[in-house]
Design a binder for this molecule. Structure first.
Ligand code: C5P
Length: 221
């Protein structure tokens, strides 16, 4: 039965950390491996749903993916595919800043110090929140080292999400690059659910079940 559970539900899943290039060989990025996003793909597939994966080419995806290396690319690709999805799982760690200037040839070293000026990247969830359809469900993530609840609730509201999955990155045994995670999920209706430490694959299943329930309620079945 479970292989049919998500039949006819379309997911859009983003995964991994974006890379913001300084020159052709150097970039600024973050510790996100893409494992959580891939766990969502596995789970959706197991339950008969369909998904499109958007991720940087460095993510070792065992699925065909639409590649997006930078935040700018990812915004463009999410825009391309957002209208066809029922549930958006925005698991990518999108870099908040990018180098202000891109050098088209490799920067040569010299004796002086070097400065890289950064500017804000577009916020993908915020950009697309304006044309979210009533029946769509948007799921965001918040990796926090301080004030987890306060920060997560602010993002939930600002980005007009249905739910946000918050994890505490000050813990070494879970999260980045680990097979395990422990998260708290905050819902737009005020509900809160804690998911204790377990494999990312199991966390993904719990989160998808929450999201699918919201979707089915919106659709009225
Ligand atoms: O970086 P932040 O903590 O605000 O990320 C929270 C959520 O917003 C994540 O789901 C992330 O994928 C998304 N995000 C985004 N565009 C950005 C930064 C983050 O869509 N520029």
């Amino acid at each position: 039965k479970s292989r049919e559970e998500y039949k006819n539900i379309n997911f859009l899943i983003t995964a991994g950390g974006t890379k913001e290039y300084i020159d052709p060989v150097r970039f600024i990025s973050n510790k996100s491996s893409g494992k959580m996003g891939l766990a969502f793909c596995d789970s959706v597939k197991k339950r008969g749903g369909s998904f499109r994966l958007i991720c940087p080419s460095s993510v070792e995806a065992h699925y065909p993916a639409v590649f997006a290396d930078t935040a700018g690319d990812m915004l463009a690709r999410v825009n391309d595919f957002i209208s066809e999805c029922d549930i958006l799982i925005m698991a990518a760690a999108v870099a908040d800043y990018k180098p202000k200037k891109y050098f088209s040839s490799k920067i040569k070293k010299n004796n002086g110090h070097m400065c890289v000026d950064l500017e804000k990247n577009p916020d993908i969830l915020q950009e697309i929140s304006g044309y979210k359809r009533k029946n769509q469900v948007f799921v965001g993530f918040a990796a926090e080292s301080d004030n987890l609840q306060e920060n997560a609730l602010k993002k939930l509201k600002d980005k007009k999400l249905d739910m946000i999955v918050a994890n505490d990155i000050s813990r070494k045994d879970i999260g980045f690059d680990s097979l395990y995670n422990e998260v708290t999920v905050f819902f737009a209706d005020g509900k809160v659910e804690h998911i204790g430490k377990k494999r990312k694959s199991e966390i993904a299943e719990d989160i998808l079940n929450f999201a699918v329930n919201i979707f089915k309620n919106k659709k009225g079945f």
